[in-house]
Design a protein around this ligand. Structure first.
Ligand SMILES: [Zn+2]
Length: 113
């Protein structure tokens, strides 16, 4: 599953942050998921629980923050909202879109102890 490897990389981020900031446990993770990232929030929750077992984030709460998709339309020469990758521009119906936001997955905030 795609989400499994995404969650594994989240745990890697947590581990390196723990080394850098010197904390031992993670209580809550705020994870930003762009609607265009291809990650399903429900699947992420499921995998997160599985992947964090025995790690520094065992039993941690996962708060998912979904971010909107954004693209730059070459035709309209402006930023438009997109719901899916390969969608047409909602303004002009064209397909000359470059995704500029909402395709990322990142750890926004941590509650640690
Ligand atoms: Zn357009």
């Amino acid at each position: 599953m795609h989400e499994m490897s995404l969650c594994e990389s989240v745990v890697e981020i947590l581990n390196s942050e723990a080394r850098r900031q010197g904390f031992a446990r993670v209580k809550t993770v705020w994870l930003e998921i762009g609607v265009l990232s291809g990650a399903e929030p429900e699947a992420m929750r499921f995998c997160f629980d599985a992947v964090t077992k025995g790690s520094l984030a065992d039993g941690a709460r996962l708060e998912i923050v979904q971010t909107e998709g954004q693209a730059w339309c070459l035709n309209c020469a402006k930023t438009v909202a997109v719901v899916q990758r390969f969608d047409a521009c909602p303004e002009c119906g064209g397909f000359q879109l470059q995704i500029t936001g909402g395709d990322a997955l990142r750890v926004r905030e941590l509650e640690v102890e």
